[in-house]
Design a protein around this ligand. Structure first.
Ligand code: 3HC
Length: 283
């Protein structure tokens, strides 16, 4: 399947990263969000990520202009009409994603593949909201997208072999490595990672160690690049809570109960880096 134009729906952290790496590999990208402010922030965030690459010398000024020239931003979903692949990267809320996917499905051509960057929601259920469940797949990116090498591909019950192959080809085209996981809450990577972060919040809540020492412990003792609480701040505490809720509600197993402190931080609006405060503070 020939992919020339990629639609990215949702101008949050993940959507921005996905749009950027697609544009960096010469794909035309149309980014859609209902909020003009979010699109403006996306433009700035992609610009500053490209500037990091400029400073490192892995991109020059004309390369940067070229990448920017491959990106379009719009609040009008109808602009997705020409996309060969649409990646939904909206907030991690099932009803919202289902509504967005129905809209996308009604706009794009019958051959277009639709993918969701969901962190935990059933791909089978999301696929069923479209009229092309065979051309639907989970495409789970990792934050920060320009740096992280992995894309986890998740087949719903309905996903066809040709959609899986097209997704694998797309992942190598954007210079990432794909792993395949079955459709189950949180798939493979988040099923391991998110309960580990949730446990770090329990350790903090129980006063067993300070936030700094929990993170230092995991960095120096387990060679993690950043500690679990700093990682929570990077991912977004609201996203982590949503993923834990999906685990808890689906597996009905108390081992997946969200740490009360995680819930309270979200209630307070301490969402991590994006709100300037999470387990740590950000300028
Ligand atoms: N764009 C471009 N480059 C970036 C970047 C961005 N947004 N963010 C970081 N970088 C680059 C920096 O320029 C730097 O490059 P260099 O080594 O060539 O100079 C390099 O990445 C390292 O960055 P920093 O020196 O600023 O900081 P760190 O050494 O702490 O590295 C990190 C940053 C790569 C994010 C590292 O901390 C890390 O690997 N953290 C763990 C990330 C992780 O686990 N992500 C997965 C989250 S789970 C997820 O996303 C799934 C979801 O569903 C929940």
């Amino acid at each position: 399947m020939q992919i020339n134009t990629v639609g990215v729906v949702g101008a949050g952290t993940m959507g921005n990263g996905i749009a950027q790496i697609c544009a960096m590999t010469g794909l035309n990208v149309i980014m859609v969000d209902i909020s003009t402010a979010a699109l403006l922030r996306a433009e700035q965030s992609i610009g500053s990520s490209l500037d990091k690459l400029l400073r490192k010398g892995s991109l020059d000024e004309s390369g940067k202009r070229d990448v920017l020239g491959h990106l379009r931003y719009s609040t009008d979903k109808n602009e997705l009409v020409d996309a060969d692949l649409v990646i939904e990267a909206a907030t991690e809320a099932e009803s919202l994603k289902l509504a967005i996917l129905r809209d996308i499905d009604a706009i794009v051509g019958p051959k277009t593949v639709i993918a969701s960057n969901t962190s935990s929601i059933s791909i089978t259920k999301l696929a069923a909201a479209t009229t092309r469940p065979d051309r639907f797949i989970g495409m789970h990116f990792f934050n920060p997208v320009p740096v992280m090498a992995l894309v986890e591909l998740i087949r719903g019950l309905q996903t066809s072999d040709s959609t899986q192959t097209a997704a694998e080809e797309f992942v190598s085209r954007i210079h990432k490595t794909a792993i395949s996981a079955k459709n189950s809450p949180g798939f493979a990577v988040n099923r391991i990672l998110v309960p580990m972060i949730n446990e770090a919040v329990f350790v903090l809540q129980e006063g067993l160690a300070s936030a700094e020492h929990i993170d230092e412990g995991m960095r120096l003792g387990c060679n993690h690049p950043i500690g679990p609480l700093a990682l929570a701040d990077l991912i977004g505490l609201d996203t982590l809570l949503a993923v834990m809720e999906v685990f808890y509600n689906n597996f009905k197993d108390s081992k997946y109960r969200p740490a009360p402190l995680l819930r309270e931080m979200v209630e307070a609006g301490y969402l991590g880096r994006k709100s300037g405060r999470g387990f740590f503070r950000y300028a």
